[in-house]
Design a protein around this ligand. Structure first.
Ligand SMILES: [Zn+2]
Length: 287
């Protein structure tokens, strides 16, 4: 999709690459989010693990929350969500680095606060091929809810529960007092095209993750859902948000915070990512 972005830059000029211009219609609408390459994006970039072969793809793994944003708490394990997501993310990176088929970068490797735009901003600056945000779910009113869920971006959150979850995960930015910048002058339709292709590839990856993961660790019956998470809104990078399990469910909480659970989830993720890029390579050759 580089051609499309090049075209957009030619059309609008680099100064006009928009911040976020919300689609009309309010709640749940797809936000068009192309960060300007300005002062916000000049921080140091994370290190990238090496990989074998020419032009290995790059995956950015984003452990949710961190620093002053602990995420959800569990009544069953002491670790807050931010620690569980970091341990899971590091296990995924190590599993991918061990086989060396893809390059990996982490948005954070320690207990550090990042605003949501910086998370996918890092992926955009690195020109990543896939962005994976790691989280752990919570359903305080229903401790029977359990299993993993893969979220991809949609124009409208699939239901009220998903919309509420998106509200919770997105609220980290209100903690920082940061706001999305807005540029009403952007041509929404053209950027929407790029976003649509990313959404389709993201949904393909979600299916692969279920195929590779479900034999090993539990998924919810409705394992693929749609929501308007801010971190999924890089229009040019296929992105998923992975809720690894429920901190409010005793079995899930123990599993996702255990060494065995981490290992199994990381292996399922590794197989899915490697299959995804093997498939993309074949499709690219066919095309
Ligand atoms: Zn979370």
């Amino acid at each position: 999709m580089d051609w499309l972005l090049t075209f957009l830059i030619a059309l609008f000029g680099p100064g006009l690459l928009p911040g976020a211009a919300p689609a009309p219609g309010g709640d749940g609408g797809v936000t068009i989010a192309l960060d300007p390459l300005g002062a916000d994006e000049e921080g140091p970039l994370p290190r990238v693990t090496p990989a074998r072969g020419p032009n290995p793809p790059l995956v950015v793994i984003d452990p949710g929350h961190g620093g002053r944003d602990p995420g959800a708490a569990s009544p069953h394990v002491a670790s807050p969500e931010k620690d569980i997501t970091l341990a899971l993310g590091l296990a995924m990176r190590d599993a991918l680095a061990a086989t060396g088929r893809v390059r990996v970068a982490m948005t954070r490797e320690n207990d550090r606060y990042l605003i949501l735009e910086d998370r996918y901003g890092i992926a955009r600056r690195l020109e990543a091929d896939l962005f994976i945000s790691i989280h752990a779910d919570a359903a305080p009113a229903n401790d029977a809810a359990h299993g993993a869920t893969v979220y991809t971006l949609s124009e409208v959150a699939s239901d009220r529960e998903a919309a509420l979850l998106a509200g919770r995960e997105n609220s980290a930015d209100r903690i920082a007092g940061a706001r999305l910048s807005r540029d009403p002058g952007v041509n929404v339709i053209l950027i929407d095209l790029a976003q649509r292709e990313s959404m389709n590839i993201s949904a393909d990856f979600a299916r692969l993750l279920y195929r590779e993961g479900a034999p090993v660790f539990p998924f919810r019956p409705d394992w693929h859902r749609f929501a308007a998470f801010v971190v999924l809104k890089a229009p040019d990078i296929p992105s998923i948000l992975f809720e690894s399990g429920y901190l409010t469910n005793a079995t899930d909480a123990a599993y996702i915070s255990s060494a065995q659970g981490r290992q199994q989830i990381a292996e399922g993720m590794r197989r899915a990512i490697e299959a995804h890029f093997a498939r993309r390579l074949v499709l690219g050759r066919a095309g």
